[in-house]
Ligand binder design. Structure first.
Ligand SMILES: NC(=O)c1ccc[n+]([C@@H]2O[C@H](COP(=O)([O-])OP(=O)(O)OC[C@H]3O[C@@H](n4cnc5c(N)ncnc54)[C@H](OP(=O)(O)O)[C@@H]3O)[C@@H](O)[C@H]2O)c1
Length: 330
């Protein structure tokens, strides 16, 4: 089968479409003929860090397709079922942090960007019927992360105001949709005028140019929760917009892992900083019920055939996207 493999060279240049052997099927496994896959910022981080490692890595965490074969003890699915893959492996029950055995598809585990993918039946779900293949293929990783960040960690409700920096991001667009679905007030930032306009169309209550001073733009109004994923470039501006006693939930650091911030202002402000990553199977199922209840569809930025993976990765690398980028396998 064909797979998008990363090896030897750091970054996009180390990617190539290769013919590789298909995996054997275990008794609790299903074989999925993949139709669509979704890009995540994580895929970029993976191909930057996966160097000097001799073993080629199939990239990718997201995917949707049709079951073509089942193992002898599979009881939840049958051949022909349309499914989506949950990349959060080994984390079943909702908990404060994942268990030690938790791993993510696409690094270190072999990923989904291939014509076929073999998964344990525990880590797939039926594709929501109202979603197209493109929408289903980009759902799992970002929507799960968004769901846990907002609801499990942030405990967002209709009475709160949320700030989401970097609204062009895949996870950020889900957070805007989810927070609006529960009636929260949502403020967003972006470096792009077009993305801010799109955010207004999606229901954002206020939009801020990321390059400006956010405090001035908000007229001094403070928010209950900030969900940060941009990292060093926005961390301090984000913290500054919190109400005293407010919560910052953090799950990404696209622009750098290290920040300096004022400890005295932090403890006088009585802020809470919460880290999060992905989510459990419980939360994955909650998220699927949530999007169906609210008829939420992923925001698709663009669709490429897998042969054009370089264009897709470059678009993500240049942060040109608003929402999710799809790769299609014919
Ligand atoms: N821990 C986890 O489980 C988990 C899961 C998913 C994602 N993540 C992390 O969360 C982050 C977002 O992921 P994603 O897939 O949604 O990413 P993405 O689609 O690549 O979006 C990142 C967004 O960050 C904003 N941004 C980038 N550079 C910026 C800068 N210099 N100043 C201001 N804003 C900037 C951009 O927004 P604008 O273009 O609107 O300015 C961009 O669209 C990544 O770091 C990713 O690795 C972590």
């Amino acid at each position: 089968m064909k797979a998008l493999v990363h090896e030897k060279i750091e970054g996009i240049q180390g990617l190539s479409l290769k013919d590789i052997k298909t995996n054997n099927l275990g008794k609790n496994d299903v074989r999925i003929k993949i139709k669509t896959i979704g890009l995540n910022h994580r895929d970029l981080a993976t191909i930057e860090s996966h160097k000097n490692i001799s073993e080629p890595l199939i990239t990718g965490s997201d995917g949707a397709g049709i079951i073509s074969e089942i193992g002898s003890e599979v009881s939840l699915f049958k051949v022909g079922d349309e499914v989506i893959i949950n990349p959060s492996i080994g984390w079943t029950t909702k908990s404060e942090a994942p268990p030690e055995k938790f791993q993510i598809l696409g690094n270190p585990l072999q990923g989904t960007f291939s014509e076929e993918f073999v998964s344990n039946e525990q880590f797939i779900a039926l594709k929501p019927k109202y979603l197209t293949w493109e929408e289903a293929g980009v759902l799992s990783l970002s929507a799960l992360t968004a769901y846990r960040a907002l609801f499990t960690k942030g405990e967002v409700s209709s009475l709160q105001t949320i700030l989401i920096p970097g609204i062009g991001g895949g996870v950020a667009t889900y957070m805007l949709q989810f927070a609006k679905a529960v009636g929260a007030k949502v403020y967003v930032t972006s470096r792009s005028k077009e993305k801010l306009e799109e955010a207004l169309n999606l229901g954002a209550d206020k939009v801020i140019d990321s390059h400006k001073d956010w405090e001035t733009e908000l007229d001094g109004e403070k928010v209950d929760i900030v969900i940060e994923s941009v990292g060093a470039a926005t961390f301090n501006q984000s913290l500054k917009q919190l109400k005293k006693g407010g919560i910052m939930v953090l799950f990404g650091s696209s622009t750098g892992d290290k920040v300096e911030f004022n400890l005295r202002e932090f403890f006088y402000g009585q802020y809470t900083l919460k880290g999060t990553t992905m989510g459990s199977k419980d939360e994955y199922e909650e998220m699927l019920r949530f999007i169906e209840t609210h008829s939420i569809k992923p925001i698709i930025d663009s669709v490429y055939d897998i042969e054009n993976y370089e264009m897709a990765f470059n678009r993500l690398n240049n942060a040109e996207q608003m929402g999710k980028i799809v790769l299609r396998i014919k």
